[in-house]
Ligand binder design. Structure first.
Ligand SMILES: [Zn+2]
Length: 263
């Protein structure tokens, strides 16, 4: 929420911050308020200013907003562990798209860099400094995005993986995730909640099992309280060690690219 403040953005945090409350504080506040509902809840928390920094091709603001986002994920994890449990609660961390085609430096030839040969370059640099990089778009892009999850219903997500990419590992179509939320978790695997006695409804609405026999863990969490679905937008690295991971182990990617002669 600091993206639009004035300043030269020469280095992360070099400009005075504005007075907008940070995302981890808003995250904890939202969870504390919604967590009082004994029926459980679903919430989407977005680090939306990461997208603005991407449109602006602004690496300094991008780092600031992504670090703010990372702290909000920490806050959500802490809230779950102190107020609920991973048996009752699902946390999803993903992005709806990438913005700016952020990648390594000098990948595309320009007047300044006619030598660039359209090959992938890793973002590299020294600790404490902005990595060498390039922005290759001002818009939303079709780059694959990470999809992290942990908690109740994880096995339902794993059951929906579409296939395995030789470089990125298992992947999932994001529309399948939406269908999982609406069809299986929100409606507990039954038809529209507004008409539970529909004559044509042959699914058993009260057995708690999904249509395909999948786990009822998350639906049970929603029914008994303390369910959370946080689909949080942004990119992050540290979570790879803490949560279920479908993609994102960069080393094999680099090695594969090397074998393919792209690096
Ligand atoms: Zn956008």
């Amino acid at each position: 929420m600091q993206n639009s403040r004035s300043g030269e953005a020469k280095a992360p945090y070099s400009d005075p911050l504005n007075d907008v409350v940070d995302l981890p504080t808003m995250t904890t506040g939202a969870l504390n308020a919604l967590g009082q509902d004994e029926d459980g809840f679903s919430v989407m928390i977005e680090g939306g200013a990461i997208d603005w920094a991407g449109h602006g091709n602004n690496p300094v603001r991008d780092i600031e907003e992504t670090q703010d986002f990372n702290k909000s994920v920490d806050a959500a994890i802490k809230w779950v562990e102190e107020n609920s449990s991973w048996e009752d609660t699902l946390l999803v961390v993903t992005a709806d798209h990438e913005t700016g085609y952020l990648s390594g430096a000098n990948e595309v030839p320009t007047e300044d860099n006619p030598e660039a040969d359209n090959r992938f370059n890793a973002m590299e640099g020294e600790k404490g400094k902005v990595a060498r990089h390039g922005w290759y778009s001002g818009q939303h892009t079709n780059q694959l995005v990470p999809f992290f999850f942990k908690g109740a219903g994880s096995e339902d997500i794993m059951a929906r993986t579409s296939g395995t990419d030789s470089v990125r590992g298992e992947y999932i179509d994001n529309t399948l995730v939406a269908n999982l939320v609406f069809d299986e978790w929100w409606n507990d695997g039954t038809d529209s909640a507004g008409d539970p006695e529909q004559p044509g409804d042959t699914a058993n609405p009260s057995d708690g099992e999904g249509k395909d026999g999948s786990s009822k863990g998350f639906a049970a969490g929603l029914a008994t309280g303390l369910g959370i679905l946080g689909a949080v937008v942004g990119g992050l690295g540290f979570l790879a060690t803490q949560m279920g991971v479908l993609t994102i182990d960069l080393q094999p990617i680099y090695e594969q690219l090397k074998r393919m002669g792209l690096r």
